[in-house]
Structure formats: C-alpha cells, structure tokens
Design a protein around this ligand. Sequence first.
Ligand code: ZN
Length: 721
Amino acid sequence: MIIRGKILTAIFCFICFNAVSQTNRKIYFPLSFYKDSADFEKNIPVLLEQVKPLVDTANPWMYTPFQMANGFIKGDYQTTIQALNIYRKAVPPYYEILFKAYNIQLEAYAKTKLLHAPVETFDVSYTKMLKKIYEDLPEQAQMAVRVIRQITSPKMPVENSDSLTVDGALKLLLYYINEKTGKATNALTEPVISVYESRHHILPGLTSGGKLNPLQEKMDIRHYTLSLDVDIPGKRIAGNAIVKINFLENADTVMLDLVRLMKVSKVTLNNKPVAFEQKDDKIFIAGKAIKGMYEVKIEYSGHPPVAALPPWIGGFSWYKGGKWDNWAIINCQEEGGKIYFPCKDHPSDEADEGVDMFITIPDSLSVAGPGLLQQVKKHNNGKATWHWKTNYTISNYCIVFNVGKYTVVRDEYITVNGNKAPIEFYVSPYDSMYADRVIKTRKFQTRVLEKYFGEYPWIKEKIGIAQTPATGMEHQTMITHGEPLEEMTPLQDVYHNQVFLHEYIHEWWANKISNKDWAHVWIQEGIATYGEALFFREVEGEKGYDSIIQYIRESITDHVPVVQGEGLTMRQAFNDFDNNVYFKGAFFMHTLRYTLGDTVFFPALKKFISDVKHPYSRFFTTEDIERFFSKESGRDLKPLFHFYLYTTNKLDFKINKTSEDSYTVYLSNNPFGLPVDIQTDAGITRMLTTDIEKPFKITSKTIPVIDPGNNLYKTVSFKEQ
Ligand SMILES: [Zn+2]
C-alpha cells in the first residue's frame, strides 16, 4: 500500500476544481438553520435529497497532485485564477488561503517533479494551512466538521493530516465562501454522503491481525472457494464460501472471521449441517473432536462495508455514472478479507493451495481477479460467472476482485531466467490507447527489479494490472492502478510512476516475502519503499538513489519504534498511518547497505528473497531478516537492528571545540561498529563508531562534519569550551 499523506493535495484540488465548474448550479444549505450537531445529523436524509442532483460521480481519488498541477499549468490554471479573483472581491481572507494553496501546490510540483527535492516543507505548510482554514470557519461549520470527524476518525485532531477531516473542512469552507458570494456549489455533497453512509455500511475501526485467537492457532487454512453474486446497484453480495482447513489439533469449535454486516444462513462441515453463532465479527461453528482436513461451507449475504477512503480505509467502493458506471472494487489491507468472506484474518496464515473465485455479475461487465481466468459462463438471465483461480499461496487481503467494463490487453514477458510470464492488463476502454505504454513501463520495471530481487515470483500465472478508480494496491498477480494513464510517461520518471512502481515491488516484498505479524510490516512497506531507491539507482545512478534516500530520511517521523511489539493489528502497526514503517524501514536498509558494503549487501538481499528455504508459504519476522544478514555478513547485526527498528534513538554525536583548530568528537550511545565519515580540512576520513566511543581528538581549521553523506540516523551537537 502506498503512503496515505500523498492524497491530501488531491482532495483539495478536486474540491476547488469542482467549485469552479459548478458555480452555475444552485443549492442553498444554511448551516445556521440547525440547532446543534444532533439536529444536523437528523436532517441528513433531507439534505441528501437536496444535494442529489449535484452529485458529481467523477472520482476524486483520480486527481493526484501531479496530475492536477499539470492541468493548471496546461491551461486550467487561468480559469482557476479567474474564479479566485471573484472570491477575492467577496471574501479577501479566504482568497488568500486558497491562492496560497495553489501556489504551494505548484511549488511542490516543481520540487518533487523537477528538482527531486524533499516534499517535507510542503507538507508542513499544508498542514498549517488546513489548521488555519478550520480555525477561520464559522462556529456552525466547525461543528459540522466535528460531527463528520466523530465518525471518520475520532482520535485525530482536526489539524492533523487526516483526509476525511480535511475533506469536510475544506468543503465547508467552500460552502461558506459561496454563501457569502451568493453562489452555491455542491460543497457539502461528499461529507454529507459520507456521514449518511457511515450510519449504514461503514464499520469504523475494523482492522486485521492482532494476537492470534487460540481457536485459530489449531487451524491451517489450505484453500478458499468463493461463489458470489454481486448486485452492484443494490451494493450487496450473496453466495457461499468453502474453506478448506487442516486442523492440527482436536477442535470443538471452528472460528472464522466475517463482519457482522454479512448474515450467515447455513453452515456445513464436510457436507453436514451444523450449528453456528455470529458474534463480534466472527462465526463460531460447532463441531466435535475435529482433526485433519475439513471443508466448511458458509452460505451468507449482505451489504459489505463501504470503503471510507480507499485503498487506506477499505471496503467495497461502488461507482455509478460516467466513466466508472457500475464499477465495484475492493480494498481491505487494513480491514482484512473478513469484510466480505469468512476467513482466518491473520497474516501468519495464507491459503497454501490458493483460491477459486466464481463471481457472478451482469454479462456486460468483466471481473479482474488473482491467478488465471478459467472460464466465463454466460447465463440466460443477463448474467455471467467469472471463474478465477490461483494455485499460489495468497494473503487474505489480496483475495479480491474488481468489477468493471474492462478491455483486456495482453503481452508477454521473458523473465531473467528465460521463463515466459503472460501480461494481462485490465484497462478501461476509455484508456486502452495507453495500454501499450503502461505495459512497456511494467516490463522495464520488472527487468530492473529482477536484478535486485530475482525472478518475477508468479511466472506460472501472470503479471497482472487492473485499472481502478481508486489508487493502487498490491493485489497479487492483479496489481491495481488508479492514476490517469495518459500521465504515465516517460519510463524513467520514477516520481510520476511512483505508486505504479511501489505496488509492483510488493509482488516480491509483501506477496512473496510476507510478514508473519503486522508488527513486522516494515519488511513489506519499508523494503518496498527502499526498492524505489534501487530502481532509481538503476535509472540515474547513485545520484538518483541518493535523492530518494534524502526524501526517505527527511520523512521519518519516529513517534514510535518501527517494531512496537508482537501480536499487533494492522492499525497498531501502522500507528494510524504516520508512515514511519515505510520511511524508517527504508532508511534502515540504506544504513545496512552502507554498513555492509555493496559486495555483501546486494547479494544477500537477493539471496534472502530467492532462497529455496524461503518458500511462498513461509512468513517472516524482523529476527529472520536479522539472522539472515548476520549469517551472510559474518557479523552479529542484532544490536544494529535493535537500535534502528526497536527504538526511536538517534546516534548521539558530540563535537567539542577544545582550542583553536582542535576538536574532540564523541558518540555517547554507540550500539554497533558502524562506519562513520568525518570531514575535516584534510578531507574525509572513514572511521568506526567504536573508535569514538571516547572523545577522539581531531585537528582541523574547519569544524569537523560527522557523516556528511547522511548515511546514519543521528543528531550532532556542537559545543565550544
Ligand atoms: Zn506499500
């Protein structure tokens, strides 16, 4: 999954863009009409009716900052400025905020796209700006924002980079502007719908993993068969799941995870009906001394949870009208497969023998799924059943499908070992003219990634891409991709294709090498993020690699350690999406490379992922990675792993000026013999951190610079005596 903060600017742009294009429409929605938040909520259905004609079904997630900024540069910017000038006359303070936002946006575009500079500065000013917007809202509008926030993200302060809060705040702001100027927009449409839907189909706080339930410790999931009828207008699914389980010890209860929105009507155990109970998003199925291989069949139906912010806050996303008419997509990395099928929702157990999916939809649409398409069976009621099958081990959050009006573009890739892997790209017919370019990019990425991580892992099935209205996710052998395809060029532009690349690296680091517990998710996200730097190393050399590492280093938050314990849920491990597992994890890999040197590091990295002792059905912890690299390097790396991944400590360097041209350097908390460069007037000298555990005397006409290449996670303090 890609980091979440990136979407912020997208939301802002979409709103403003919409406000501009919709000014000729009329709707009046005076917030001051409502007494309090309860009154506001009570009237939501009425409001919904009012705003319905204004709902723009275009999908906001399509508009990334780059694409939108690009749009402004190409010409839309003039229109935007014109509209802003109208606002300026009416409401000067708000104009300033909006205008600044656009400038910041363009600045960020220039920085990231053209100069490869860190976007940190941009993020900080953006967050500040959002806070200001909220504070400047009239009290009634602030109240409405808080109501929305209660449902979407109760723990987050409003100024935090939480997209839904921001979404609500900005839309209310635009509403307010338009009320003042006498012009109306659909500013409140989306937050109102979001509140409305959350009352029905959103299950806040769903997460996967955690401490494994003792009932599930005995169960080894072998295979899932899902047979589901998907009712897109009704936003409903119905059918059954057959779960093949090997019971390792005697069990009297089978426990599977399934959200309460799915109503189970019948359960059989090896074809015999059995008693069951649904409680707390789980099904408890009665049995007696169950041991060995069993098939559990569960018949069920219901409205699956609606995704509040796909792909981050997942569920089903249903689309209506426009380019995505009748599309339905699923994202559930955070929530787990239990949002729509009964499963053992824990990263430590994947379906070893794979999955069969029989998805029934209107016969004018297609299903994109994992593995290989076996058959499309047309029925005489206007429906068709798509059978997808994967024989590979697959994690439960990758057991998903996308329904849409797809065109399939095929090609073939010859792997580094000379094997043929089919390429299948499920693309919207509106974008099929860009398919060749996208496939060409994918082939190039595969070639580079195979160099570092070995052969593409799923050669017996396919290299799959499914275009969706939401942004990308690492769905095994059918990676989703949501950026507008016309923007995807040229091949070398890692920034532009960053999501497309990042999700694909997960085929190696996440889908092949999977974490055993979400506590160790940095193995998936941190190494995938590091992989982006390796890709750029290939394209632009060490300079390109360094520019990505600089961005990674400056994005570290470190509010909590990368590994916070064991038995963590996805939500806990991601620490409410503060992105540290991505950046600190990636920066750790950089320090590891710097410490071990390329001749040890690169072969070891590749060996880990291609080692026959690491089959697809194995799961990994931080300790596994540490032991492997320790063995390959012949050094005990445990203290280094511990320092970087289990603490938030920084190497604490101190420089003391003792007299003219004379200094001591000293490291107060050295965990490990790391190489450290020290720059003096004589040039750069490489030492070991163990050499400076006691004050080390240096003579130099210039103040010594410790680690000028920024290869270490550190602080440096300077004192004159
Ligand atoms: Zn990711």
